[in-house]
Write a protein that binds this ligand. Structure first.
Ligand SMILES: C[S@@+](CC[C@H](N)C(=O)[O-])C[C@H]1O[C@@H](n2cnc3c(N)ncnc32)[C@H](O)[C@@H]1O
Length: 222
């Protein structure tokens, strides 16, 4: 029996041990700069700005940004959440200097109550991997709200369609990824992302770079 809903699997099953070896060079190196037109340095800067000393990272991939970015403390508490055991293993090994805690969970279903509360929650390049419309996948913001500590902030990046500028090559690769279910962002627009964040948070910031939205949100409306 599947541990998590089968409908969510295509968005995380693609990250095998082998594909994670290529991920940093192909996705964070080539695709970000030349296809999505948002160099990874922009995301490292986002992490630098928003990381707290008690951070939860959701959808951890290879742990690239947690490794690169600067925490505001020398001994931060870092929790990694991902349904994919390969990602958890790769990221936790990479940042073992922080002694991270790993939680194997699907962020689209209610999160374990025992997870705790955090000063920052990262959602980098996760939303465009989740199935459903932006409004449906925004349930992830409802799941994270009880885990956001006083003054806490959620931040991340996601790849958009809609009016976002995309070259022919970017459209083609995005089409392939959507057909395989690796991406599900056919209806993801800046406007809906903004609306879903505004419904839940009083303070939001969204910048579009290429076809990527870099966002942060704090002060939950609860
Ligand atoms: C494109 S990678 C992003 C990795 C990393 N955050 C980065 O920015 O390089 C997507 C990550 O989201 C995870 N993911 C996909 N579906 C998920 C879900 N339903 N819940 C939590 N994480 C998920 C994948 O396993 C993978 O680690």
């Amino acid at each position: 029996m599947e541990r998590f809903p089968a409908a969510h699997k295509a968005g995380y099953a693609v990250y095998s041990r082998a594909s994670l070896v290529l991920y940093d060079a192909l996705v964070l190196g080539l695709s970000n700069r030349f296809l999505w037109r948002c160099p990874s340095a922009r995301m490292t800067a986002l992490y630098d700005r928003h990381l707290s000393a008690d951070h939860l990272d959701v959808g951890v991939g290879t742990g690239f940004f947690l490794d690169r970015a600067s925490f505001p403390a020398s001994d931060p508490q870092v929790t990694l959440l991902d349904p994919n055991a390969h990602c958890l293993q790769k990221a936790s090994t990479r940042i073992r200097r922080y002694g991270p805690r790993s939680v194997q969970a699907d962020a689209l279903v209610p999160w374990p109550a025992s997870l705790g509360r955090f000063g920052s929650i990262g959602l980098n390049y996760v939303l465009h991997c989740l199935p459903g419309s932006m409004s449906a996948k925004a349930v992830i913001f409802d799941h994270l709200l009880p885990h956001l500590g006083e003054g806490g902030c959620v931040f991340g990046a996601t790849i958009l369609q809609g009016d976002a500028p995309r070259s022919v090559a970017a459209r083609q690769l995005m089409g392939i990824y959507n057909r395989k279910g690796v991406f599900s962002n056919e209806n993801d627009t800046l406007e809906v992302l903004e609306a879903e964040l505004s419904r839940r948070f009083a303070l939001i910031d969204i910048k579009q770079v290429g076809c990527v939205a870099l966002f942060s949100a704090s002060a939950p409306k609860r």
